[in-house]
Design a protein around this ligand. Structure first.
Ligand code: NAP
Length: 544
C-alpha cells in the first residue's frame, strides 16, 4: 500500500503544481514520484484506463521484446519482489495487468482524469503557468507540465483512397478493438511487416481462412524463443535485482543483458559465425548490436546481415517467397530489429500468401478488398500494421505555445530540437519524458522513463529549495545538444534506412534522426553532470 497517497490533496483550481499528460509507464511513475515529493499532481489520459501503449496495442500476438523481468519498474523493491511474470517476454494482457496493479497498489487512479485529451497547452507569461485545454473544453492551470505522451501513440494508416467504402472490418494494430476480433472463416489482409505485423501475422494465419500479407519492405526479424518463466530463473533475477538494475541503468540499452563486446572485423570468420549463432540461439534483441562495428561499418554490417538472411532463407520452403522475405537495401539494425515467434514459418502455410508491394503500392481500397499492382484482392477484413507518427507525433498532436506565443509545431518544423531530450528553449517548465533527443526508443523504455522522471523530480526539488520560478534551456545549449545528437547519428548507418526513427514513414515529415544514440549510461551521466553543475545550459529565473 502506498505510504504517500495521503500527502496530496486535490488542489484548489489554479494551485496545481504539476500536470502530467499520459497515464502509461511514464505518466504513472511521474505521478507516483512527484506526489511523493509533496506536489499536487494531476494526470490527463485520453484512454478510459491506464496503460498507454499497452492499453491500445491489443492486437493478437502483442508482446514486449524486452524480457519481462527487465521491462518493469525498479522504483519499489516490494513491487519488483512480489510481482510474478509468467513468460520470458510478457504478452500485452499481462503487461496491462501489471500496470493496473501498479495504479491500484500505489492508489494512483484518484489523480487521473480519464477520457480526457489535452488539445492545447499555452504558457501564460503573466502567471508563469501552463494553461492546458482539454477536448472537453476544460482549462487546467499548472506550474509545470510533463509530457508523458509516449513515442508510439499516434497510429498511422496508409493514405489510400476508399477505406470508407470497405464493407468488411478494418483495424489498426495500434488502436485495436477491446472485444475479441474473430477472423475465423475470413479472408484477411495485413498491410505492414514491422514489429507489430510480424507478431500478429502468425496468429491471424492460424485463425483466418486465408491471409494475404502485403509487404512493402522485408524486415530483419530474429527469434524471441519465448517460453514460460521458470520460478528458479525469476528467483535468481530477484535475488540479484539491485545489481541487474544498476547494470541496466549504466549500460547502453537499459537492459541487463550482455551487449556488444568486440568488432566484427577484428575476429576470424569462424569466430564471427560462432558469436552470431550463440546470439541467435539466445534470441531477442541481443541480435541487434551484435558487434561494436555492426552499426557503423558497412562491411561489418554485411556479416551480421548475411547471417540473418541465411537464417531467414532456411526457414522458408519456397525459395521465391524466401527471397521476398529477405531484407535488402538497408543496413542490418538501422531499422528496429523485430523479434518473432514462427513468423517466417507462417509463409510455409497453404492459407498464407505474400504480396510484394514494394514497387506497386496499394492503389485503392475497394468495397470488397484492395487493389495493388493492378490486381484485386478480395478480403473480409483488413489489418493495418502500418506504424505510428513516432516520437514527435504525440507531442505535436497538442497545440503547444511557449513564450511570446511561440508554437512548438513551428519551432520543430524542420525536426525536433531539445536540450538533453528533456526540455525545449522557449517553453519554460515543460518537460518531455523519453522524447526526441533522449535514448528513449533505443533503450528499455522503463529504465529511460525512470531516469527522466527522477531527473525532473530532482530539478523541481532544486527549484523549490532555491526559490526558483522557471527553467528552460538556453538556445545555445539546445543547439549544442542537437548538433551533438546529429553528429552521433551521422557516424552510424542509421540514417541510411527509411525508418520511423528518421520520420521516413510519414509523408512530409522532416528527415531527422530523433532518438539520442549515446547510450543510456553515458546519457544519464551527462544529465546528472548538468544537474550537479548548477543546471548548466539552463536559464533559471528566480521567484519575484
Ligand atoms: P513500423 O515498424 O513502422 O512498421 C510499419 C509497417 O507498415 C512497415 O512494414 C511499413 O513498410 C508498412 N507500411 C507503412 N505504411 C505503408 C503503406 N502506405 N503501404 C504499405 N506498407 C506500409 O510499425 P510497427 O510494426 O507498429 O512498429 C513500430 C515500433 O513499435 C517498433 O519498431 C517497435 O519499436 C515498437 N513495437 C515493439 C514491439 C515489441 O516490443 N515486440 C511490438 C510492436 C511494436 P516500410 O518498412 O516500407 O515503411
Amino acid at each position: 500500500m502506498s505510504d504517500q497517497s495521503a500527502k496530496t490533496q486535490n488542489p484548489a483550481a489554479g494551485e496545481l503544481d504539476v500536470l502530467v499528460i499520459g497515464a502509461g509507464f511514464g505518466g504513472l511513475y511521474a505521478l507516483y514520484r512527484l506526489r511523493g515529493d509533496g506536489y499536487s499532481v494531476k494526470v490527463l489520459e485520453a484512454a478510459a484506463d491506464v496503460g498507454g501503449t499497452w492499453y491500445f496495442n491489443r492486437y493478437p500476438g502483442a508482446r514486449c521484446d524486452i524480457e519481462s523481468m527487465s521491462y518493469s519498474y525498479s522504483f519499489s523493491e516490494d513491487l519488483q519482489q512480489e510481482w510474478e511474470w509468467s513468460e520470458r517476454y510478457a504478452a500485452q494482457p499481462e503487461i496491462l495487468s501489471y500496470i493496473n496493479h501498479v495504479a491500484d497498489r500505489f492508489e494512483l487512479r484518484q489523480h487521473i482524469q480519464f477520457e480526457t485529451r489535452a488539445t492545447q497547452a499555452v504558457f501564460d507569461e503573466a502567471s508563469q503557468r501552463w494553461q492546458v485545454t482539454t477536448d472537453g473544453g476544460e482549462v487546467i492551470s499548472a506550474r509545470f507540465c510533463v509530457l508523458a505522451t509516449g513515442c508510439l501513440s499516434v497510429p498511422q494508416r496508409p493514405n489510400v483512397d476508399g477505406l470508407d467504402s470497405f464493407e468488411g472490418r478494418w483495424c489498426h494494430t495500434g488502436f485495436w478493438p477491446h472485444e475479441d476480433v474473430d477472423f475465423s472463416g475470413q479472408r484477411v489482409g495485413v498491410v505492414g511487416t514491422g514489429s507489430s505485423g510480424i507478431q500478429a501475422i502468425p496468429l491471424i494465419a492460424e485463425q483466418a481462412d486465408h491471409l494475404t500479407v502485403f509487404q512493402r519492405t522485408a524486415n530483419y526479424s530474429v527469434p524471441a524463443w519465448n517460453r514460460p518463466l521458470e520460478a528458479e530463473v525469476a528467483d535468481e533475477w530477484k535475488a540479484r535485482y539491485s545489481e541487474i538494475r544498476k547494470r541496466a541503468r549504466l549500460g547502453l540499452a537499459g537492459v541487463g543483458f550482455e551487449g556488444r563486446q568486440c568488432a566484427t572485423l577484428e575476429i576470424s570468420e569462424e569466430e564471427q559465425q560462432h558469436e552470431l549463432e550463440r546470439r541467435w540461439q539466445h534470441g531477442g534483441l541481443v541480435m541487434w548490436e551484435t558487434f561494436t562495428d555492426v552499426l557503423s561499418d558497412e562491411e561489418a554490417n554485411a556479416v551480421t546481415a548475411e547471417f540473418v538472411r541465411a537464417k531467414i532463407r532456411a526457414q522458408v520452403e519456397d525459395p521465391e517467397i524466401a527471397d521476398l522475405l529477405t531484407p535488402k537495401g538497408f543496413p542490418y539494425g538501422s531499422k528496429r530489429i523485430c523479434t518473432d515467434t514462427n513468423y517466417y514459418q507462417t509463409f510455409n502455410r497453404e492459407n498464407v500468401e505474400l504480396v510484394d508491394i514494394s514497387s506497386s503500392p496499394i492503389e485503392e481500397i475497394t468495397r470488397t478488398g484492395l487493389r495493388a499492382g493492378g490486381q484485386s484482392y478480395e478480403l473480409d477484413a483488413l489489418v493495418f500494421a502500418t506504424g505510428f507518427d513516432a516520437m514527435t507525433g504525440p507531442i505535436l498532436d497538442i497545440d503547444i505555445r511557449g513564450k511570446n506565443g511561440l508554437s512548438l509545431r513551428e519551432k520543430w518544423s524542420a525536426g525536433p530540437r531539445t536540450y538533453l531530450g528533456l526540455m525545449v528553449a522557449g517553453f519554460p517548465n515543460l518537460f518531455t519524458i523519453a522524447g526526441p533527443g533522449s535514448p528513449s526508443v533505443l533503450s528499455n523504455m522503463v529504465v529511460s522513463i525512470e531516469q527522466h522522471v527522477d531527473w525532473i523530480a530532482d530539478c523541481l526539488a532544486h527549484m523549490k529549495q532555491e526559490g526558483l520560478e522557471c527553467i528552460e534551456p538556453a538556445l545555445a545549449a539546445e543547439d549544442g545538444w542537437v548538433g551533438h545528437a546529429n553528429e552521433l547519428a551521422s557516424a552510424t548507418l542509421f540514417p541510411k534506412a527509411n525508418s520511423w526513427y528518421i520520420g521516413a514513414n510519414i509523408p512530409g515529415k522532416p528527415r531527422v534522426f530523433m532518438p539520442y544514440l549515446g547510450g543510456v549510461g553515458p546519457y544519464r551521466k551527462i544529465c546528472d553532470d548538468v544537474a550537479s553543475n548548477a543546471y548548466e545550459g539552463f536559464v533559471i529565473s528566480r521567484r519575484s
